[in-house]
Design a protein around this ligand. Structure first.
Ligand code: G6P
Ligand code: MG
Length: 223
């Protein structure tokens, strides 16, 4: 693991880290799974975290052995329907949906002179940040449309560091998804996993929930 004193910036995931939208994604995908008759399970739900929209749909169809039952056009329709339902939930969001401790942590790192970028697979990230009144904290956002591969590939976290002109070793990546932690580690950054320690066992640092995330707690884990 890098030394705490080497760290100059943070690359953040959004859904499930900054806000509780991972629950909304799950809710909207569960509706799709029910519609196509694919089985829904905790494992599938966890495995979808961090995964792009179309890849998520493929995983759901595969769980029901249904991947060959839909044309590409029908798959796009299903993904669009999911997104419409997801956006209805996002529309009701307010800054109260920011997860505990996150606003304080963002202020702490900003005031500490650390750089900040966003590495979310979500094409809805700018809209979600706007609903949370957090747009000003994230002038640098990796555009998921520019990615050739999604998480767990390192590309998104490599780009997150590039956007703030830092080397991966100078960055900490923050994730709630196993695929995301894998992506951070493969990018050569220090990984923080937030949530189930069993699922996020490959993270360099684990926190049970966002309220534990402070610079002091991170420093204590790195030295
Ligand atoms: C994040 C979420 C995933 C979601 C993906 C794409 O990584 O964790 O659950 O599928 O973004 O989001 P989008 O809003 O573009 O469908
Ligand atoms: Mg996430």
């Amino acid at each position: 693991m890098a030394k705490y004193s080497d760290i100059k910036g943070f690359v953040f995931d959004l859904d499930g880290v900054i806000t509780d939208t991972s629950v909304f994604h799950s809710q909207a995908w569960h509706q799709v799974a029910d519609k196509v008759g694919a089985p829904w399970s905790k494992e599938l739900e966890d495995g979808l975290k961090g995964i792009s929209r179309m890849d998520s749909l493929e995983m759901i169809l595969k769980a029901g052995n249904l991947q060959d039952n839909y044309t590409d056009e029908q798959k796009v329709d299903l993904a669009t329907e999911k997104n419409t339902n997801y956006l209805k939930l996002v529309d009701q969001m307010t800054p109260a949906n920011i997860l505990p401790g996150i606003k304080d942590f963002l202020d702490e790192i900003k005031n500490g002179g650390y750089l900040l970028s966003l590495a979310s697979a979500s094409k809805n990230a700018p809209k979600v940040l706007q609903k949370l009144n957090l747009t000003d904290y994230f002038p640098k956002i990796v555009d998921p449309k520019t990615l050739s591969k999604g998480k767990p590939d390192p590309e998104i976290y490599v780009k997150g560091a590039e956007l703030i002109d830092l080397k991966p070793e100078q960055c900490i990546g923050v994730e709630d998804a196993a695929a995301g932690v894998e992506s951070i580690n493969a990018a050569g950054e220090t990984s923080i996993g937030i949530g189930d320690k069993q699922i996020l066992k490959d993270a360099d640092i684990n926190f049970e929930d966002t309220s534990e995330m402070t610079l002091a707690n991170i420093e204590a884990q790195m030295n």
